[in-house]
Design a protein around this ligand. Structure first.
Ligand SMILES: [Ca+2]
Length: 225
């Protein structure tokens, strides 16, 4: 497996939702595009409060009923390769939507109590996507964002096995029949010669091969005695 890669992060873990926008007013929907902030971790341009549609809206400060986060994936991701981290405070039930489809609902655990969540996403194609967050119920009818992050883990492809070297047959040079084989194919004849001065044996070889071929011509070998 490869190291997890953070594709984007909004806010930072801990420290409540202090890093988010505070000034402003309530809106029914708030659209945010990933990549437009200089520092989305420490100073995200997002309201940190999400309100329930049925609840009374805060009289002061920025908040919204529905937060839309638009982001672009540079490549395709398979099932489970993307993980959404979404931590929040509050007793409300949070609903997360991806491209308009309900992803999951998460119940909060208490006022000012952090609820940490890791949500595995299904396969997502390269291109534009929209994450939407709403809330409902709860004590105050609003919840506070701690931070969110989209993380990718893509397995490293298994290395392609290097094939074992295939022995290359050694091409034997074709050789002409050697003299030995010629001799074996021929006829050896020994002639004893006594001339009173030097006694020697004359060995005469006669080839069976075509005598017009010079290499197969009769050869004469002599051994002194
Ligand atoms: Ca935080």
């Amino acid at each position: 497996m490869s190291e997890p890669e953070t594709l984007w992060q909004i806010g930072r873990p801990g420290d409540g939702s202090k890093e988010f926008l505070t000034k402003g007013a309530w809106s029914e929907e708030y659209d945010y595009t990933v990549g437009t902030d200089a520092d989305s971790i420490n100073h995200p341009s997002i309201p940190g409060i999400i309100t329930a549609p049925e609840a009374r809206k805060p009289s002061k400060g920025i908040s919204t009923d529905k937060l839309n986060i638009d982001f672009t994936l540079e490549r395709d991701y398979g099932q489970g390769q993307l993980t959404l981290f979404y931590n929040f405070y509050g007793t409300e039930e949070v609903s997360l939507f991806l491209n308009g489809e309900l992803l999951t609902k998460i119940a909060g655990v208490g006022e000012r109590t952090l609820k940490e969540n890791e949500i595995k996403l299904g396969a997502l194609a390269a291109g534009k996507h929209r994450l939407s967050i709403t809330t409902s119920g709860g004590t105050n009818g609003k919840h506070a964002i701690d931070y969110l992050k989209l993380q990718a883990i893509v397995p490293i492809p298994a290395p392609v096995p290097i094939p074992a070297p295939v022995p290359i047959p050694i091409q034997q040079d074709r050789k002409e029949p050697s003299m030995v084989s010629n001799i074996q194919s021929g006829q050896l004849q020994s002639v004893l010669t006594f001339d009173g001065q030097d006694d020697y044996v004359e060995i005469k070889y006669t080839s069976n091969f075509d005598l017009t071929n010079s290499r197969n011509s009769p050869r004469l070998y002599s051994l002194g005695m």
